[in-house]
Design a binder for this molecule. Sequence first.
Ligand code: NDP
Length: 457
Amino acid sequence: MQTTTQSPVKINEQKAVEEFMQYVEKRNPHETEFLQAVHEVAASVLPYIQDYPHYVQHRVLHRMVEPERVVMFRVPWVNDKGEVQVNRGYRIEMNSAIGPYKGGLRFHPSVNLSVLKFLAFEQVFKNSLTTLPMGGGKGGADFDPKGKSDGEVMRFCQSFMTELQRHIGPDTDVPAGDIGVGSREIGFLYGQYKKIRNEFTGVLTGKGMEYGGSYMRPEATGFGSVYFTHEMLLTRGESIKDKKCIISGSGNVAQYTAKKIMELGGKVLTVSDSGGFVYDKDGMDEEKWNYLMDLKNVKRGRIYEYAEQFGLDYYAGKTPWGVSAELAFPSATQNELNEKHAKTLCKNGLQAVSEGANMPCTPEAIEIFQHSKVLYGPGKASNAGGVAVSGLEMSQNSLRLSWSGEEVDEKLRSIMRSIHDNCVAYGKEKDGVDYVKGANIAGFVKVADAMLAQGIV
Ligand code: NDP
């Protein structure tokens, strides 16, 4: 039953969201992550479009939740023992209204259709927010690079690309990295694409500097997440300097989030991996950061080894959300921060959350942050720096030139600022900014208008 405090308009809006979700659930049963991502967008966008009937009439949101194309394929390969292995590969081409499909590839055992559809759906809005001409897509495989030799990873990547190359191209679909796909994997994937197609083009981003990569692409997501936090804090006259910060993950995003926080005078208290987290009461410094980079990117070791090296506290099987801090940067994976964690964080004086990962906070956690007036930056805004610099890599590849690191960093800062401004423009409320609403509506409007202009296709 509705409470009496709700206005009739609110009740209609709620009904519109419920009916829409029933429709989406019926068509995509059991796809929990995808439904979670769609619900968050629908709850922002449906109330907004009640005032713009052309979006409703043309069923724009109904069309947006249906991928333009889904490709699923067999990825057979041979391990070092000579045994045949079979994985499943995917590419979700979600929306190309404002540019070629763009979004990363994830290699992780948890990859399935629901996870990739949620990531592809989020990517559509994120890419729209960057102001660059990129549609949304995502792909990957249920392959686990952990514990595999370089030879095994190479053979897997070659088999994966042997099929994927039919579906991608520099003006069609341009994948990048994500969990389990870093510079090593991008190199192997690019080599195979080039061999089969006999083309040297910007078909992937996140490439090495020697073969068409962009300065600042490795740094972009983490740096961008911190720049976004800086912008959010500015609205309250605050800064990152001297703030206690907790980070989850220790991969690409976490590494460069830590680096930028240190540069701006913040204190990095934690990093983690799927085994547990490390607590460093004195904060990370340059020596520890260099060790972490080598451990994770070269030796491919575990985070407990980092704790052992520097005599830090290690908490096996635990997440860092119990550590008292002003800023939180969830940068590992989806749904890693729940309601209980959010309550603890708020009790411990949290001021801001910036999602480095995609959808790391559960809907219940987000509600608590918003209710507690914590500045909450949703991933589609706060971690958009990675795909923004991927967009800049595509431009440099097309122009066949390379911008300096300083130039790219300046463009990244300005893109993160304009994403923040856009969130404020669409999400301003009486007592602050609703960044979720702002990001969802701002991302939606550009794609929706392009879809309307292009007719029913
Ligand atoms: P990496 O593979 O480099 O690192 C992932 C990190 O997260 C590792 O420390 C990993 O630990 C941890 N992790 C992964 N899965 C789990 C899990 N189920 N439980 C606990 N920890 C886990 O990936 P990235 O840093 O590139 O990506 C991290 C997040 O950021 C993802 O959500 C990704 O979608 C998002 N993102 C990445 C972008 C990029 O440019 N790379 C751009 C925008 C968003 P372990 O090694 O033990 O698995």
